[in-house]
Design a protein around this ligand. Structure first.
Ligand code: GLU
Length: 314
């Protein structure tokens, strides 16, 4: 089956425009509640160097938890497999901001994609520096991955989350009590909230994800991570990338993906495509309602899946 991706994007964008259930925009970060839920964007960066877009693919949105993929990549570069002494690699089955599991597990978060795990990763990336140094490093890294220096942080979103991030403060303090957060909590969270407040369009996000479809290589030459590390990051995205609905996403879509409460999802088809979708309305599990539906549609029509032989796909 060979499918024309341009036609497919047109088909998906039209189907999403008609969708009745568009989910609900996240409100717990007040600044995010202002985003117009009518929007939908999609961008596909292919292994042969094309970028195809549809809908609101050039509109910037708050990448939120999708930043955890880039932060994890940086942290693994700094401390390698030692990271796994401080963060687990199992799906949590709990909400992204749950605190109960941490008590049972002695302050070691289940995986780097729930908030507690991402806070430990932010602590690693702080590495004794001031938050602005770590934030600058993260921003440079994402710009390098996407090949786009226009990517920036939305300060209003970072400030809004800092003013209301009580659960994340609780998680960070709790882990500090177990000595699994080493820097002062306000510095770690300052860095974490800014990383979440990076704003990108679908086009920029799909471009930034290319190293994960290319076995760790940067499309411009050189390596971002080793092939083994790229595969492991993809494995974590598949098993832990959609909060407590990760199993359902693997079942419905069948490719690694990481979602964020801003309504974006980065999805990777190894060897084929890096895909970004965005629509701000979330389903009951906190994942983009239309973004998930669009990826399900795309996977069905292309045959792209990590669970089927490549020859079955278009
Ligand atoms: N900054 C958000 C938080 O920590 C990220 C959550 C998300 O996108 O899942 O609550």
């Amino acid at each position: 089956m060979t499918i024309d991706l341009t036609d497919l994007i047109t088909e998906i964008t039209a189907a999403m425009a008609e969708a009745e259930d568009r989910g609900r925009v996240a409100t717990y970060i007040p600044e995010l509640a202002k985003v117009d839920p009518a929007q939908f964007g999609i961008a596909i960066a292919t292994a042969d160097g094309r970028v195809l877009t549809g809908g609101d693919a050039e509109t910037g949105f708050s990448i939120q938890s999708i930043s955890k993929v880039f932060a994890l990549t940086l942290a693994l570069g700094k401390v390698g497999d030692q990271l796994w002494d401080r963060v687990g690699r199992e799906p949590s089955g709990n909400a992204f901001n749950s605190i109960t599991q941490l008590e049972h597990e002695q302050g070691i978060p289940r995986n780097p994609f729930i908030n507690a795990g991402a806070i430990v990763v932010a602590d690693v990336n702080l590495g004794g520096h001031q938050p602005r140094v770590a934030i600058g490093e993260m921003l440079r890294f994402v710009r390098y991955l996407a090949g786009d220096d226009a990517i920036a942080i939305n300060e209003a979103v970072a400030t809004s989350e800092t003013a209301t991030g009580f659960r994340n403060m609780a998680l960070a303090n709790y882990m500090r009590a177990f000595n699994n957060v080493h820097h002062p909590v306000d510095l770690v969270l300052g860095s974490y909230f800014h990383q979440c407040a990076i704003e990108m369009s679908c086009r920029q996000l799909a471009l930034a994800g290319r190293y994960l479809m290319m076995d760790g290589r940067h499309p411009g030459g050189g390596r971002v991570v080793s092939p083994r590390r790229a595969r492991r990051i993809n494995a974590l995205m598949l098993t832990c990338g959609h909060y407590d609905a990760s199993g359902d996403f693997a079942f419905r879509v069948g490719i690694p993906g990481k979602s964020g409460v801003g309504g974006g999802i980065l999805a990777i088809v190894p060897g084929r495509a890096s895909i970004a979708v965005w629509s701000p309305g979330l389903n009951a599990s906190g994942n983009s309602a239309l973004g998930t539906a669009a990826l399900e549609h795309l996977a069905r029509r292309t045959g792209w899946s990590v669970f089927s032989p490549p020859e079955d796909a278009g």
